[in-house]
Design a protein around this ligand. Sequence first.
Ligand code: ATP
Ligand code: MG
Length: 298
Amino acid sequence: MNQKLPKPSKLIKPYCVKHGKDFLLKDVNPADTQGLDLKDEAEDVLEKDIQRLSDLQQKLYAQDRWALLVILQAMDAGGKDSVVKHVMSGVNPQGCQVFSFKQPSQEDLNHDFLWRASKLLPQRGQIGIFNRSYYEDVLIVRVHPELLQKAHVPPSLVGKEIWKERFKAINSFESYLDRNGVLVRKFFLYISKEEQRKRFLSRLDEPDKNWKFSENDVKERERWDDYMEAYEDMIRHTATPRNPWFVIPGDHKWFTRMVVASVIVDTLDGLHLTFPRVDAAKRKELNRARELLTRESR
Ligand code: ATP
Ligand code: MG
């Protein structure tokens, strides 16, 4: 099929939520591909984006001013690992760190809910990827409020406003990061319940994928509607113009990866990164070094 790919801005726009207030999950179709059937072409586009990302990351690293925090949230089998593997494949490991947020440790639980994330933030010049994040504290913890007790939160602070209070805390945290040069880009890879069923079945059927399956995933799946409500409310309260949510259709992995890569490239492009130029004193130093090295060969 000979279809043309839309410009990156057009590709991204439908999924970018900057004003959460009006967001409804039902307005996004997890199987959406913008009418494109470009599986093969998508690989080429992704390849180009990966190359571009690699260039941009070198400049980000050399400039040592900005940091990028990429947050990936999804239901189980939503494709987070595949995004990390493919989209970040061209990035120099020196300038990128991936952290997976599993169940919190005893030490994590003995602190406020942003504590473990704040220790893992990317430093200037780096891209940090959170595979799950502090958003679990308004998702799984909301679906299973008994987890609040495990986290030793004083009962007098567990009122019906607790989720709104957590959203406010997250918004303050992220705008603090933004004002300190850490760009936060949040992705919800949105798969349908049917697609999750298919992916679980393939984890059961294909021996090489068996290790990915956990019985607990099926239990969480029973709470699908509660999770979707929690995701929707979370996005409604934490999508802001400076720290938007990207709700990316997840049923077609090729499309998901292509859009996520576009968003990351577009974000870094927006920084107009350049390699630092040396000043006069440094130039003199370089000239002296050149002279010494040239003399050596005579
Ligand atoms: P995979 O896609 O390979 O299954 P995963 O991200 O689901 O990767 P798991 O080890 O299967 O990794 O699951 C991690 C679990 O930890 C998830 O169920 C997640 O909801 C849970 N978790 C993460 N953060 C918290 C938290 N703050 N409180 C309670 N549970 C959490
Ligand atoms: Mg899992």
